[in-house]
Design a protein around this ligand. Structure first.
Ligand code: ZN
Length: 341
């Protein structure tokens, strides 16, 4: 039984358009929205975001707040001003190159403190039903595991304090442990703060791992996490989530989707927590739109407790998301699947 059918909603700056979108989302059979919030949304277009929450409540849609790109927390796509003002907080690869994802480092103490302050300041403002922690990660490189992040000054200092030696440039077992623990410590701090200020349910989304051995660049550790389990076990994690996008982009195949979906569901249930599975409606190549519906229905059959789709209408305005498929048709497949469930 699928308890929640969610869609990612990036919204816009014109409240009357947002109102219409939310009515369409409701009519599509969705039960909640994943409202993205980057720094521009908060510092410049806050009134539009406030209206989205208000309208969603009027329609009976639950609201999950997604720190998408806030402080370059998880996404390199959205705008951020934190790094413009604090360039030293960026992540650096093991070869000394600054990450082009322009992501702040979770081991940078000023950034971690700033992010916690924003969580405490902003979360109560929206009083969401839950908070979605979207793909927290260290920057990845196509040459992983030869090149990895982060080896900034803060990471080097933290590593040598713990392991009593200089941080190597090779990804050894200690570095793997350090990276995973760094994300765990950073997240636990934020999830706890979020709970304390009324953020509701914490949904943690970790990216999938290709465990076939065929694609080392997306194998265990590629974004800093080798093992999901310590994250699922965190008491402040209420829902465990993953996004095994196989139709395109992550480079996986059906087996990759099934493997990660099965593993996420089993692990979440081991800790008596619901599991949310994301399905892509973006990055769809031509003629692959029906795979969207097939994936949603299969995830439900496999036992996903909550489903989510990235994103509303297949994000037709997103140049970066365009792989030649028809966003309207991809969205129609979402609506058909959601209405069947
Ligand atoms: Zn770092």
């Amino acid at each position: 039984m699928v308890a929640d059918k969610n869609v990612a909603y990036a919204g816009g700056w014109y409240p009357h358009h947002n109102d219409q979108d939310l009515e369409e989302i409701k009519a599509a059979g969705c039960t909640s929205i994943n409202m993205t919030l980057n720094e521009s949304d908060w510092y410049v277009f806050r009134a539009a975001r406030e209206r989205i929450v208000e309208k969603a409540r009027e329609l009976g849609l639950k609201v999950y707040l997604n720190w998408h790109g806030f402080g370059a927390f998880a996404s390199y796509i959205q705008s951020t001003r934190y790094l413009l003002e604090n360039p030293a907080a960026a992540q650096y690869f093991s070869n000394g190159v600054r990450s082009t994802e322009a992501m702040a480092c979770p081991n940078n103490p000023e950034f971690a403190a700033w992010m916690e302050e924003r969580v405490r300041e902003i979360t109560p403002h929206f009083a969401p039903d839950g908070v979605f922690w979207d793909e927290p990660h260290f920057s990845s490189d196509s040459n992983f595991p030869n090149v990895w992040a982060c080896r900034c000054a803060s990471c080097q200092e933290g590593f040598s304090r713990r392991f009593k030696r200089a941080m190597p440039t090779q990804l050894d077992a200690d570095v793997r442990q350090f990276r995973q623990d760094s994300l765990l410590i950073f997240l636990t701090r934020l999830l706890r703060a979020s709970k304390e200020v009324g953020g509701g349910e914490n949904v943690l989304c970790l990216m999938p791992l290709d465990e076939s051995g065929n694609h080392p660049a997306s194998g265990p550790g590629w974004y800093g996490v080798d093992d999901w389990e310590p994250f699922v076990a965190v008491p402040e994690v209420d829902v465990f989530s993953t996004d095994p996008y196989w139709i395109h982009r992550h480079g996986g195949d059906w087996e990759y989707f099934e493997h990660n979906t099965r593993k996420a569901i089993e692990l979440a249930h081991k800790y008596d927590k619901p599991c949310q599975i994301w399905v892509q409606s973006i990055w769809i190549p031509p003629k692959r739109e029906p795979d969207v519906k097939r994936t949603i229905l299969t995830a439900a059959e496999m036992g996903a407790d909550m489903l989510a789709v990235w994103s509303f209408l297949g994000e037709p305005g997103g140049t970066l998301y365009d792989w030649g498929g028809d966003p309207a048709l991809a969205w129609q497949n979402v609506v058909e699947a959601y209405q069947e469930l």
